[in-house]
Design a binder for this molecule. Structure first.
Ligand code: HEC
Ligand code: HEC
Length: 352
């Protein structure tokens, strides 16, 4: 072997050894739950989460920057009944094959909100009753919604070891659990819909889908002022004229949070990704098909006095006047927001 070839072989060998080292630290094994000695300093693997170029950069709290190990820990907790005292776990209602929503109503009265792109949310729940970072909401979920028993989790050998290793703590708190869950949820990103692909030049809409897209994104349908691209929500509260009287407590919406009559009937704009996979629409699941939703926007609106200014523009004061063809084109477009890769993504399923 001449020297040139010899050096080349050495170089290739070094690359193989180095990359297998990097690979082994970037990919902790699921079964890696051995309690490290107290003085071991474990270095976490930062995760540069991949966001498509057409997405804005999400804001992530400085004290909970993404790390692969903690995202995986959050994923384990998401699928684990240990968090509750009655067999519940997050993924029992937030089901991956339904885009982390559910096909049945919660308490027979409310659709389960999906977990999709929550990294870009600033407020949460149908009535906007929670706001802040994902860490803040997760703290509510663990502390209040589930009432997670800290003794139980602190006595669990697996979690005790993992939190010790990754959070350097021997006393797991609600905050630690919330931080891990928030990290996992930031990896729950839907970005591979046909619509996304058209934005990156990887797919083309059919002519019906394209006409629907035009209705959605122009004054004709005027949907885009609230369901804003690309997350399909503006993170804001609106009264869309769904009701003229607020007969159920839940119909009062944001009013239940602020007690301000101007907030009666206001709801948080839902994200429309994977909307065709849902069985129930609106805060009380009153509609069961997209056709019913579009009919509502077309001619079902009530002119209440705090109707959103976007809904009460003069030209559409008595409805959108869409033809039946236009309605079905709009629905064809909404169906391009379905992400089949997301609902089967093996990196988001039950790891336990
Ligand atoms: C029993 C069913 C159920 C379980 C279990 C459950 N959720 Fe939910 N989740 C819901 C429902 C219903 C809503 C909508 C509630 C509302 O708007 O008031 C919701 C809403 C949310 C939201 C707000 C989403 C948005 O778009 O605003 C987040 C975040 C969330 N859940 C996280 C979790 C986490 C984390 C867990 C586990 C710790 C969990 N949920 C367990 C039913 C459930
Ligand atoms: C003024 C803001 C606004 C505009 C404009 C708007 N929406 Fe909405 N949209 C909302 C809000 C708020 C809700 C939730 C209302 C509720 O639950 O009571 C909603 C709900 C929906 C839902 C149900 C989603 C679900 O998960 O239940 C669909 C579908 C929808 N809108 C599509 C559209 C389409 C299509 C257009 C245009 C024709 C449009 N929206 C225009 C704010 C708006």
């Amino acid at each position: 072997m001449d020297m040139k070839r010899f050096h080349f072989t050495i170089r290739i060998f070094t690359i193989i050894v180095l990359s297998s080292l990097i690979y082994s630290c970037a990919k902790p094994k699921k079964t890696d739950v051995v309690v490290p000695p107290v003085d071991t300093v474990y270095t976490l693997t930062p995760d540069t989460l991949f966001y498509p170029p057409h997405f804005p950069a999400p804001e992530i709290p400085a004290d909970n920057q993404p790390c692969k190990e903690i995202e995986q820990l959050g994923r384990m907790l998401y699928y684990d009944t240990i968090l509750s005292n009655d067999g519940r776990y997050c993924a029992r209602c937030h089901i991956q094959s339904n885009a982390f929503s559910s096909l049945s109503l919660y308490n027979n009265s409310m659709p389960v909100l999906p977990h999709e792109n929550l990294a870009w949310y600033t407020n949460y729940m149908w009535d906007g009753s929670k706001s802040g970072t994902l860490e803040d909401v997760m703290k509510f979920e663990v502390e209040t919604f589930f009432g997670t028993d800290l003794n139980k989790i602190n006595q669990n050998t697996k979690y005790k070891a993992l939190f010790k290793k990754y959070f350097k703590t021997t006393n797991i708190t609600h905050k630690d659990i919330a931080y891990a869950l928030a990290q996992f949820l930031r990896t729950v990103i839907t970005r591979n819909t046909k619509y996304d692909k058209t934005m990156t030049g990887m797919a083309t809409l059919t002519s019906d889908e394209y006409m629907g897209y035009r209705i959605f994104f122009t004054e004709k349908g005027d949907c885009f002022h609230c369901h804003i691209n690309p997350i399909m929500t503006d993170n804001n509260m609106h009264n869309t004229g769904l009701d003229s009287l607020y007969t159920k407590e839940a119909d009062k919406g944001y009013f239940n949070v602020t007690s301000n009559p101007a907030d009666l009937g206001k709801f948080r704009t839902p994200n429309l990704r994977n909307v065709a996979l849902r069985n129930y629409y609106m805060h009380d699941g009153r509609f069961t098909t997209l056709e019913q939703v579009i009919d509502f926007y077309d001619h079902g609106m009530h002119k209440v006095n705090n109707l959103d200014p976007i809904m009460s523009k003069a030209y559409k004061a008595d409805g959108l006047h869409l033809s039946s063809e236009e309605k079905s084109q709009l629905i064809s477009f909404l169906k391009t927001l379905t992400d089949s890769a997301f609902i089967t993504d093996a990196s988001l399923n039950n790891p336990n």
